[in-house]
Design a protein. Structure first.
Length: 212
């Protein structure tokens, strides 16, 4: 059985859970509590030397980094494909994936937030403002792009990896009290996704290690 090491509130783990659910794949969850620093412990570092989540084990195959895991799953388990068949649409999906994975996530990662607060002496207020700023910067560019690519979902009328990236990022935005008032296309797509059972089952609040 597939094994996923993750954390309920990790948006990167959320992305991978979405792919697993959309493809109907059974998997065993191994919670790694980021708040308690379990990702830094030797036991987990032996599994994933980078000490990050998510991490996937599929028999002899071990894969870290959420986008790499998502692509591995889509290529290895081709039922319910999450990439379009047309090259132009695939490029758009990759563009959206990278806007979130490369432009937002590295700046808003827990390691960065902790460094800002603990090492650079920034207040929680300043740290949270940093977090919101970088999401906002990407959403400002993502909204007009989605206006040209979206149907029911990010690219056309089928769920793709782009939607698996967008919904967790919006989850993060809401955690930090951001609204989507300025981003009606993003809001519409996320609302459509959140009606699907795969998105409901993969949601952070519905994970076995979820906390109030």
């Amino acid at each position: 059985m597939l094994q996923l090491f993750g954390y309920w509130r990790s948006s990167a783990s959320f992305r991978v859970r979405l792919v697993l659910q959309l493809k109907g794949l059974s998997y065993e969850q191994h919670p790694v509590h980021l708040g308690k620093g379990e990702q830094k412990e030797k036991a987990y570092r032996r599994i994933n030397p980078q000490g990050l989540v998510p991490f996937l084990i599929d028999s002899e195959v071990q894969v870290g980094q959420s986008v790499a895991i998502m692509e591995y799953l889509d290529e290895t388990y081709p039922a319910h494909p999450l990439m379009p068949s047309a090259a132009q649409e695939r490029a758009r999906v990759r563009q959206i994936v990278n806007m979130i994975a490369c432009d937002v996530h590295p700046l808003d990662n827990l390691r960065v937030l902790n460094y800002l607060e603990q090492e650079l002496g920034q207040s929680k207020t300043a740290r949270d403002a940093w977090y919101r700023h970088w999401i906002d910067e990407t959403f400002k560019a993502l909204e007009p792009l989605l206006m040209t690519t979206a149907g029911v979902y990010c690219v056309g009328n089928e769920v793709t990896l782009a939607d698996c990236m967008l919904v967790p990022q919006v989850y993060n935005a809401r955690r930090y009290n951001m609204t989507l008032d300025d981003y009606p296309t993003i809001a519409r797509i996320v609302a459509n996704c959140e009606q699907l059972q795969a998105f409901i089952k993969a949601a952070p609040a519905n994970q076995p290690d979820a906390q109030g």
